[in-house]
Ligand binder design. Structure first.
Ligand SMILES: C/C(=C\Cc1cc(O)c2ccccc2c1O)CCC[C@H](C)CCC[C@H](C)CCCC(C)C
Ligand SMILES: C[S@@+](CC[C@H](N)C(=O)[O-])C[C@H]1O[C@@H](n2cnc3c(N)ncnc32)[C@H](O)[C@@H]1O
Length: 252
């Protein structure tokens, strides 16, 4: 008698992890911290973040005359670096969904009278639904943005879509280290320096989010896989700042 083996493959239901903070709450958070964001970055990183941002812009491959995007531009740090890199014949678009952050960026543009800054424009929009055509940009930077969007794959797909073939995306963020010692150092600094200093501005909860957002983030290797899954032909994650930060360079 033949026995018929019956298999029923119950669908593997992956419980989607709920983001630690809804998108609207992240938008509100960055709007609240906008007035002190730049100063706290300088104080809390002892100015080092400017070195990491300069490296990220260099890794983007942006050059004289390029048409480039600074995604999740905030107060515009990377956009201003890109503006100097691409010059008066280039074009820099800074996109963010926080109007308050963009207002800071725009006021900084008006205060600093660099000729190249005429190549800058600011767009209020969502990184998960970019208002640009396919294959539009020669380079894209995303400084401390990917960790803050609620759908990292969707963001990477959008970056891929609007990037020209052969061009690069350079994505700077905190490094979610696999090294327990580094993770503990990073966490200790946030708990014992960053949050207490931010508490002085009534922003302790906003900067506590920093730690949980890093815990929710992806490791360097996972970021490389995410980029390849989104369609990029190559992706490499470089640790900077003693492993506290990391920069993903993905080529379309
Ligand atoms: C520019 C930096 C962080 C930007 C940033 C990103 C976020 O996702 C936030 C979320 C909520 C609030 C604020 C931010 C935010 O500012 C990196 C430097 C600034 C950091 C706030 C300081 C981090 C300190 C490091 C753990 C250790 C720095 C070591 C340095 C060599 C002294
Ligand atoms: C930590 S700030 C980074 C700002 C700037 N790139 C820098 O390096 O200082 C993160 C920025 O991402 C923006 N952001 C987060 N999610 C976004 C989304 N879905 N669309 C557009 N901007 C977003 C926030 O408003 C905030 O200005």
């Amino acid at each position: 008698m033949t026995s018929v083996l019956q298999f029923s493959f119950a669908p593997v239901v992956r419980r989607r992890q709920q983001p630690i903070l809804a998108s609207a709450d992240r938008q509100a958070l960055f709007s609240r911290i906008a007035p002190v964001y730049d100063n706290l970055n300088d104080v809390l990183s002892l100015g080092q973040h400017r070195i990491w941002k300069r490296m990220s812009v260099d890794w983007s491959g942006a050059k004289e005359g390029s048409n480039v995007l600074d995604l999740c531009c905030g107060s515009g740090d990377l956009a201003f670096l890109l503006s100097q890199k691409v010059g008066v014949n280039g074009q820099v678009t800074g996109l963010d969904f926080s109007r308050e952050q963009l207002q800071i960026a725009s006021s900084r543009q008006n205060i600093q009278s660099k000729a190249c800054y005429r190549n800058l424009k600011w767009v209020e929009g969502d990184a998960l639904d970019l208002p640009f055509s396919d294959c539009y940009f020669d380079a894209i930077t995303m400084g401390y943005g990917l960790r803050n969007v609620i759908d990292k794959y969707k963001a990477m797909k959008e970056v891929y879509r609007v990037l020209k073939p052969g061009s690069k995306a350079s994505i700077l963020d905190f490094n979610k280290s696999t090294d327990e010692f580094r993770t503990s150092i990073q966490g200790w600094m946030i708990d014992n320096i960053v949050v207490p200093v931010a508490a002085g501005y009534g922003l302790s909860k906003e900067y506590q989010y920093l730690k949980s957002s890093i815990q929710e983030f992806l490791t360097g290797e996972e970021l490389e896989h995410l980029a390849l899954r989104a369609g990029f032909s190559s992706a490499k994650h470089f640790e900077v700042g003693g492993g506290l930060m990391g920069n993903l360079v993905a080529t379309r």
